[in-house]
Design a protein around this ligand. Sequence first.
Ligand SMILES: Nc1ncnc2c1ncn2[C@@H]1O[C@H](COP(=O)(O)OP(=O)(O)OP(=O)(O)O)[C@@H](O)[C@H]1O
Length: 680
Amino acid sequence: MSAEVPLTTIIVDGMANTRHSAPLTTVSEDGQSVNQTAITYNPYKPRGSASNPNERSLSLLDPFSDRVSTILVWQNLTVSTRPDKRKEFFQRLKSSKNFIPKRKTLLNDVSGAITGGLWAVMGPSGSGKSTLLNTLACRLDVNTVVKGEMRLNGCEYDNAELKRIAGYVMQDDLLNGSLTVEETLMYTAELRLPREFTKEQRRSRVEDVMVDLGLTHVRDVVVGTPLRKGISGGERKRLCVGMQLLNRPQLLFLDEPTSGLDSVTALDLLRTFHALAHGKSSEKAVTIVCSIHQPQAKIFNLFDSLILLKNGNIIYQGPRKQAMETFRAAGFPCPLYTNPADHLLDVITPSKYDPDAESNEGYISLEQQAINDQAIIAAQAPVTIDLNMGADKRVAQMSNLPKNPTWYKQVQILLRRNFQEHLRASKVIITSLVQTVVIAVLIGTAFLQIGTTQKSTVRRQPVLFFCVVNQGVFGALMVINSFPMERALTLRERASGTYFASAYFTAKIVADTLIQIPVPIVFSCVAYFIIGLQPVAGKFFLFMLFMILCSLSATSLALMISALCKTTDMSVTVLPMALEVSRLFGGFFLSPANLPKYFSWLDALSYAKYTYVGISLNELTGLELSCDGLTSGTCIKTGQQTITSLGLDYINIGGCIGALLAFILFCRLVAFLGVRFLKS
Ligand SMILES: Nc1ncnc2c1ncn2[C@@H]1O[C@H](COP(=O)(O)OP(=O)(O)OP(=O)(O)O)[C@@H](O)[C@H]1O
């Protein structure tokens, strides 16, 4: 067991001016406090051993002072939400004179430090545990404002710097369901370990992590999805931790790692974290910070240090073992046979007043709660905060960090992973091919061998349009269905610094395109000859090219919509409309030549039109028609006459191909910008 050695004293400046608030005080734009709840605590006046009454001290634990390589310090940290612009607009309309924009304070001027060991961030629901973790890990969402200072080994830091030495495991484990445990770790190792690592070294690191986390027995089991059973919840959590441990981080944030796990699995997991934090299983001790809701006693006893939060304020911070003594000194001894974690939470969150209850035992007024909290804070041992803590360790850590694989290598790895996922979902590929053959045969037999008689002139254009309408619809629906989930996973992997957005997108586009192309090829091979279009090799391949471009256009449109709408619900609403517009202005119902001017922009965006016009020009050019069987009217002798009468000659085949390529590029570029810049 390591000895508990209090760190040197950390002085938090200006604590006398620190305002600790009762549940969620709002702050106006000009920084003035606007009391939202009935009570605001007044500054907690420090009591006890601090020599200066204006200083509050924090007790910290550093059981591994010789091995700790990362020290995270924060001072006067306030996190609040940005005012909701939409709500603000309507409220201004309602009460323009008295309107004061409101912000919700999520963390209220808190200071502290995280040194080595296993840390628990505890507190009632909504107390700000995840907010504290996300703030320290630079992962807050965009509608929050952070004030105050945070230092990593004495230096200010940002997300880019932190993610090179720290890992973050989020509460909900998002994983690729079709890969096995070993494959998941191996791909992460390939993407995250330094480029100098050999394949054997990566494999051995993966092996180490699986041994450390007890995952060897499920190495070949697929992770699974809600519809396909895979590894258990505890194993999923271990896998998420393992992915973060591969590059041996010095600091690991875990948001509610035990949520959803049974008590045995949770204890087992925490024992693993304890071992990692004490450097027993891997080479170096990892500083681990867990937010945890209400741990059982055995789990609680595994933590070295504790941060207790309430309404965005730190009520206790220091060694776990001293917490009970602090609470006892403040007048709250832990009753016999009570889980210490429950006791701490019970003291800081007394039961609510229920006017209908017969007795309100355990209820404490807000004023009394404030006094109790103040007593707990005052009972804590004097300590020290220095923003420069750990500055000596920085040079060794942050400089000369090895480089991740190159962009090109990332594309290669992601491409391989993409293909593997697609092939695992081979049922989908086979279904789409079978469906394509069925549709092609149906269309073909409905318009069987249209021939070159005068009758064929009225059947040729509908069948050509039908070929266009059919292309890419299945692919587009697949994109809409799968992309939001894939995007969420990608956002998470990118937040951990796994790869560049451009590398992911390039690999995705290449893999999706190659997987998709066989569908229009099969369609063309079956439909072209059954329908009986011109039996000329060049014309057949041009027809096939148009089918491929049409299919890629539909899926690119779906990808763009999905990237911008972000959710499946929204995408499902928008996609049908976009497809309908494309078909309506597809050149068959409304001839491009006769279209009203005000619709010309929509017409220009219709990928269906360029495909329809393209295959019509391809088929009608050089087509000779017989006048046999004509009973009335004029005989159409060539396909060129149809081209002219339908006004299709306003563009040539090259123009149509160019327009389709531009459409595909445009949609994919917008989709990339959506993936790159829309973060939530
Ligand atoms: N971006 C945000 N916008 C508005 N309110 C937020 C935002 N993030 C957090 N909050 C609010 O801040 C409070 C603290 O949230 P946080 O998720 O940090 O609590 P927690 O202690 O982790 O809770 P739990 O244990 O339930 O996960 C909650 O009331 C939450 O609704």
